[in-house]
Structure formats: C-alpha cells, structure tokens
Design a protein around this ligand. Structure first.
Ligand code: CP3
Length: 346
C-alpha cells in the first residue's frame, strides 16, 4: 500500500514526496462522476454500496491521489435518528423532519435506530473498497455543530442564523441535540473503523463561524469527545473547519492528529505558530483552482510546497472542498506540480 499519507499523519514522512488528496475529490468537477450522477439521484447513490465503491475510486484512477475518501455525506448519519434525507439540485440537503420546536427534538430522541443496520450500505462499501484500494481510505463524519445546523436552519446558510437563535433561546435543547448526534456519530465511527478505514476526518465546516464564546460552549466539547473517541481506537483523526486559521489555538487544543487548514492564513505561517507536533493539511484556495490559470495554480502550489519543504507532517490539500466546474486541467496541473517538486527535493 502507498503509505505516504499515513506516514505524514504519524509525522514521519521523510521521503521528500508530499502526499496529496483533495477534499470533495469524488464530486461534480469530474466528468466521470457527472455521467454516473445523471442516471440516479444523489441519495440513491449514497445508499448503494457498489456506487460508493465505484465513485470513491474515480479520482484515484484519474489522478493517482495518495488517499481515497469514502463517497458519502456528513448527513447520512441522521438516518440513524429517523431523519429522512434527500438532495435537491441547486438547493442542497433536504431533511425531514427539520427541527423547528421541542417536539421534533423529542421525536429524534425517541426514533433512534440501530446504526449498524441503518447505515449498513456505508460499511459494506468500506469493506469492498478495502479489497481494491492500494492507497489508504479516509472515513469521515460531520462535527456535531455542523450536523445539527442542517436540522435547525430553514435555509442552509453559513451564517448559522437559526442555530444562533436556538443557542440564545434554548441552549438546553441545543445540547440535547448535540449529545444525541455525538452519541450516534461515535457508533458510526466505531463501525467505520471496524470495517477498515485508515483514518477519520471530522468536517465541522461551520463551527468556526460561531463567535469564540459560543464555539467554546457548543462546538468544542463535542468535537473533543469525537477526537478522544477516535484516538482511543488508535486511528489518526483530522479536523477540518472553516475557522481553523481564526481559532487555531482552540483547534490545536483538541489534540487531534492533524488540522486541515482553511487557507485564510497560510499553512506555513500556522506551522511556525504551533510548538506542538501537530500534522498540517492544506491549503490551496479552491477558488484559485476554479478561476485561476494553470500557471497561477502551479505558482501557488510551489509556494505552499516551498513553505512546507522537508516537513515530515504535511499533507497537500485545498482550504475547502473542490468546487463544481473546476477545470480538470487545473487539477492535473496541481497533481503534476506536487509530484515534480517532490522529485526535485529528493
Ligand atoms: O470528499 C469527498 O469527495 C467525499 C464525499 C463527501 C461529500 N460530502 C459528498 C457530496 C464529503 C466528505 C462531504 C462532506 C460534506 N457534506 C460537508 C463538509 C465538507 C464541506 O465541504 O464543508 C458538508 C457541509 C456537507 C453537506 C452537503 N452535502 C451539502 C451542503 C451539499 C450540497 C451542496 C454541495 O456541496 O454540493 C451536499 C451534497 C454532496 N455531498 C455532493 C457530494 C458529491 C453533491 C453532489 C451532487 O450534487 O452531485
């Protein structure tokens, strides 16, 4: 197995080659993905372990990334709480029920289902993939705050308007929801790990958009629970959020194996801030990959590689997920640049 990614996660990548994968690498920028997507709905794709296997492999076959990420979504875990899930083109995730009063919170508490049964399609997908992959497989979950924001917001906004209203008016119920989601996420992660994933990434995308005191109250404790849970299983755990730059010290304090940097402050500048031996992942701007020329992409990638040169705990990635419509040629240029520079430093 190609171990570059795992070696970097244990701070021991002394090969001079930099591991590379891209958040949301199995997605809409890929023509091969679009072709499969035309024939079925997104939720049907997530529910089908053969599609999970096939789509997870697409970017590996096409670009030779050093890690695969399971084709799934952070919201499927809610099916184990009796929530039904679908995706509307151009709108985003549709959850039923959404939480608009205490009544729905009580419903979710009561509807809990068996994780192993309800999400068996995910675990079957992982087992099938482990037989075929020659790179590590990344399992994942959403951060509890981010997951509940999709239950609370009537329209998905980054501003967390409804979520903040709930926090200020009924923080007790917010904690009830967060505990519930954290409990079910622990079971979900345990089963992903049993099925064979090599690392876990927690996507708490919107947690960093909260004011610091709220972040400390409603996001951090539940993230900490998940980090400790995965670490106790002996599996590396990576944390991503929009806000890792702003709240770097807070994310550092969680004690995760790695922080996936959001690109607001450069990954090499953050490195000099951390005395701790945390692994860093990041942080090319997805908008540059979408709108820039291949030359701009190459220059920016070289800058990051230079800044992180000879760092045994660095994983090349973007600052957030790759955007739909990103030119495949820019992705190819990025891959080629990371490979070239790695060879030169050898
Ligand atoms: O990285 C990968 O390629 C693995 C799969 C993956 C998906 N979603 C598949 C997906 C991962 C890791 C996610 C995480 C996810 N899902 C996050 C956290 C990461 C981030 O980008 O902030 C969030 C917030 C979600 C929730 C979600 N899922 C939204 C808001 C949407 C609609 C908007 C969008 O980004 O497309 C989805 C749909 C979704 N999840 C798609 C895919 C490939 C869209 C595919 C399509 O429409 O064909």
């Amino acid at each position: 197995m190609n171990r570059l990614y795992l070696n970097a996660l244990s701070h021991s990548n002394f090969s001079g080659e930099v591991p590379l994968w891209i958040m949301r690498q199995a997605g809409r920028y890929l023509p091969t993905y679009q072709k499969i997507r035309k024939t079925s709905s997104l939720i049907d794709m997530f529910h089908n372990s053969e599609v999970i296997e096939q789509v997870t492999l697409l970017p590996i076959e096409e670009f030779g990334f050093d890690a695969a990420i399971l084709f799934s979504d952070i919201l499927v875990v809610l099916e184990a709480l009796g929530v039904s899930l679908s995706y509307k083109d151009g709108v985003g995730p549709q959850l039923f029920p959404r939480v608009s009063s205490e009544k729905e919170v009580l419903y979710l508490l009561k509807e809990k289902k068996d994780v192993e049964d309800t999400l068996s399609y995910v675990f079957e997908g992982i087992k099938a993939l482990k037989k075929r992959l020659s790179v590590p497989l990344i399992g994942f979950c959403g951060g509890p705050l981010t997951v509940i924001s999709y239950l609370l917001e009537s329209e998905n906004t980054e501003k967390l308007k409804a979520t903040k209203q709930w926090i200020y008016q009924r923080e007790d119920l917010v904690h009830t929801l967060l505990s519930l989601v954290t409990d079910v996420t622990e079971k979900y992660l345990a089963k992903q790990i049993d099925s064979g994933v090599d690392s876990i990434q927690i996507f708490d995308s919107w947690a960093g958009s909260l004011p610091l005191d709220l972040f400390k109250r409603v996001a951090k404790p539940y993230l900490k629970r998940l980090v400790d849970f995965v670490k106790a299983k002996g599996v590396p755990v990576v944390i991503f959020s929009r806000g890792t730059s702003l709240y770097f010290e807070e994310f550092l304090a969680l004690g995760a194996t790695a922080i996936s940097c959001d690109g607001q402050r450069r990954v090499y500048d953050l490195r000099s801030l951390s005395s701790q031996k945390v692994v860093l992942q990041g942080d090319l701007d997805p908008e540059l990959l979408l709108y820039g020329t291949t030359k701009q992409v190459q220059e920016e990638a070289r800058k990051i590689l230079k800044g992180m040169k000879d760092d045994p705990g660095f994983i090349f990635n973007l600052g957030h997920g790759i955007l739909p419509q990103t030119p495949v040629d820019n992705v190819k240029a990025l891959v080629a640049t990371v490979r070239e520079t790695s060879l030169v430093t050898k």
